[in-house]
Design a protein around this ligand. Sequence first.
Ligand SMILES: Nc1ncnc2c1ncn2[C@@H]1O[C@H](COP(=O)(O)OP(=O)(O)OP(=O)(O)O)[C@@H](O)[C@H]1O
Length: 239
Amino acid sequence: MRAPVSDLPLMLAGAKVRAGDTTILDVDLTFNAGAPTILIGPNGSGKTTLLRVAMGLIPLDSGRVTWGGRDIAQPDRRAIVFQRPVMLRRSAAGNLRYALAAAGVPRGQHAARIADLLALVGLDALADRPARRLSGGEQQRLALARALARDPDLLLLDEPTASLDPAATKQIEDLVAAIAARGVKVVMSTHDLGQARRLAGDIILMHRGRVVERASAQDFFTAPKTNEAHRFIAGELLV
Ligand SMILES: Nc1ncnc2c1ncn2[C@@H]1O[C@H](COP(=O)(O)OP(=O)(O)OP(=O)(O)O)[C@@H](O)[C@H]1O
């Protein structure tokens, strides 16, 4: 059953994060329900910082972030998956059971939800395998299942395929597309422009903590408006 609140829209207004004298994030952005938003940009451009702010993990130095109009940091309907998720020292199913309990799902529903989630991510045969013995791709799929335990309407993914081979990457991409098709808003960073083309409804190009360009994937790749976007798509270095 869906919780009554929504964490959408996610709004960042004049949202600034500083590290010492440097502003590492300075954005005004709104994220509504819809196809995935893909964050791209060079190393250090602020993608991870933006995702952490969007999760409520980093306080702003100024500005405001709200989820469904609320600015409390409690993650009601949002979840984040990091590049290298940390699994608990228990089975794949045990990791999901822990996440369901943490999300307040009644114990009587755990077995059915665990079966559904494992089937969704294609790990039903590995339910009893210690999670830390799973391959990198399998762990990433389990991390996605774990994130879904909270029944999020906003799913934040930080380079989820960065250390995976092409086959495992394809499995994650298919899963992200399936999750998005279920109505979950995905906001995901990647360095893989092919992946951005395949998954994105819209693209945000970041540089030096700011949004350089935001456009539909179609417009971004066929008619980028900024010089930076032209250069980034062409594979030139933005420094
Ligand atoms: N806690 C911190 N203290 C100081 N600087 C930080 C801190 N966190 C991030 N930064 C700096 O902020 C900038 C943005 O980092 P961030 O990790 O958000 O970039 P990114 O776009 O995700 O990079 P990558 O593509 O390499 O993952 C970088 O210059 C980074 O060094």
